[in-house]
Design a protein around this ligand. Structure first.
Ligand SMILES: [Zn+2]
Length: 475
């Protein structure tokens, strides 16, 4: 073999990289802005009133004011008379369901949201349940998460009905009342649909939003739409001993056993990084828009550079890394109740977020393999497997169109949600479960979700309604 034959392979690789990078172009969408005549004052007022109901969820049922939940449900029926008139209304645990009959029952659509909110703490500038409105903003708990999307659903359907809209397909408006505490309303609505043999064509719930600086070198905003959710697995590790006095301690105690287990788990390399379909979809939608040549070369050639991307994920950590692998967080720890008493049992909670392709069973096996200590009990306290991945097809395109009509300059990208939503329950009956909250959110806004001084811009409130109307136009 001649020496120059050795050059052939690198040259081919080089040419493939160059060609793939050159062809790595963003999909262009025609300008298609579409705005509806909305009574903005009314829409904002509706949200403000919704915020004023103290529908606060709490794991401690004694702290929940059920009367407020009831008042909220009554408010919905009275504030949206057209919806009430044409729909069949039912309640499922704290959840509510409005069913609007369409011309066909073949491709039912579900718009989801939840009307419970998380408790309030800290000092707020405005009373969190005032629903105060000023020139640009509506204030209060639930403004972002997620009475805004509930309001957008109700206002848009009310508006459409008032304008004589008839729906081609059955439409369900499904709002849970205990999403924040993983409560039973969404599962019971799903059960109800299952019993009736209803398989939604598409489900839309809260989730991703319009965000800035989502990807290196991309200056446009991105509308990220969740097409899958990671699962979760809560594990309790418990170690036992005979207890005793701290003045005569044995070498190994439940605390030392647990510590060894935690260190071993923390060091382990069992949870491999994997580029799953939703993550690949996200990169393929965003990376072509990057102004950085390096980024384009990298992501246009994942066939070669995937290990580099994984390495970057490991170095970056945070949400970027969590999209690639099952994560593990050590949380609740319990042991002795006094400084001079050895605990007879000690335990620690571990919260896993399961990536697609890794089941809770596999994770439990890995935990046991890493700990290698039969004296430590491994107990599952809660589990929800990673969701299936929704189709990115004409159903997704409808959503994409509505987003582009409402926010013409954004890039729409499917992605993987690392947090959970109630829509996870719908994956078993629906192939297109999308998670998107129609709001343009800054970093500061994101910090207000479950935080203090939650508020929403009036622009977001109005566009939210516009977004649903643009979607409804296609239904
Ligand atoms: Zn929420």
């Amino acid at each position: 073999m001649e020496w120059y034959a050795l050059l052939i392979i690198p040259i081919i690789i080089f040419l493939v990289i160059v060609t793939r990078t050159a062809n790595f172009k963003p999909t262009q969408f025609p300008e298609m802005k579409k705005k509806h005549e909305i009574d903005e004052k009314r829409v904002v007022e509706s949200l403000s009133q919704m915020i004023q109901f103290k529908t606060v969820s709490n794991l401690d049922e004694k702290k929940v004011d059920r009367a407020e939940f009831k008042k909220f449900r009554d408010f919905l029926k009275e504030r949206f008379p057209k919806v009430s008139e044409v729909s069949e209304y039912s309640e499922h645990e704290a959840g509510v369901l409005f069913f609007i009959k369409g011309e066909s029952d073949e491709k039912p659509i579900v718009f989801m949201s939840h009307y419970d909110v998380v408790p309030v703490s800290g000092d707020w500038i405005h009373n969190p349940f005032s629903g105060k409105i000023d020139e640009k903003t509506v204030y209060g708990r639930g403004a972002l998460d997620t009475k805004s999307s509930l309001n957008a659903v109700m206002e848009s359907v009310e508006h459409a009905l008032a304008n004589g809209k008839t729906f081609k397909n059955d439409l369900y408006l499904a709002f849970s009342g205990d999403e924040e505490v993983f409560g039973p309303s969404a599962p019971s609505i799903v059960n109800y649909l299952k019993e009736k043999g209803i398989k939604p064509y598409m489900v839309l719930d809260e989730g991703g939003a319009i965000v800035s600086k989502m990807f290196p070198g991309v200056s446009q905003k991105a509308a990220v739409v969740g097409i899958a959710e990671k699962g979760f697995l809560n594990i309790k590790l418990t170690a036992h001993s005979k207890g005793g006095h701290a003045s005569t301690p044995p070498k190994n105690t439940p605390i030392t056993d647990l510590s060894k287990a935690v260190i071993a788990l923390n060091k382990n390399k069992q949870f491999k990084l994997k580029m799953t379909y939703p993550v690949r979809q996200l990169f393929e939608s965003l990376a072509p828009h990057s102004k950085s040549l390096g980024i384009k070369v990298l992501f246009a050639n994942l066939w070669l550079f995937l290990p580099v991307v994984k390495l970057i994920a490991k170095k970056t950590g945070g949400e970027f890394l969590s999209m690639f692998r099952t994560t593990q967080a050590f949380t609740l720890a319990e042991g002795s109740e006094a400084i001079n008493v050895l605990p007879s049992t000690a335990s620690i909670g571990v919260n896993y977020r399961l990536r697609q392709g890794e089941t809770s069973n596999q994770v439990i096996q890995k935990i046991k393999k890493v700990i290698k200590n039969h004296n430590i009990e491994v107990e599952t306290t809660a589990v929800c497997e990673a969701s299936t991945v929704s189709l990115v097809d004409e159903g997704f395109n409808m959503l994409q169109k509505a987003i582009c009509q409402t926010w013409p300059d954004v890039i729409v990208a499917p992605y993987l949600m690392v947090a959970t939503t109630d829509s996870r329950h719908y994956h078993e009956i629906c192939e297109r479960v999308y998670k998107f909250s129609p709001m343009d959110l800054s970093k500061a806004d994101l910090a207000k979700i479950h935080g203090i001084d939650e508020d929403i811009t009036i622009d977001n409130v109005v566009r939210g309604v516009n977004f649903y109307l643009n979607l409804i136009d296609q239904l």
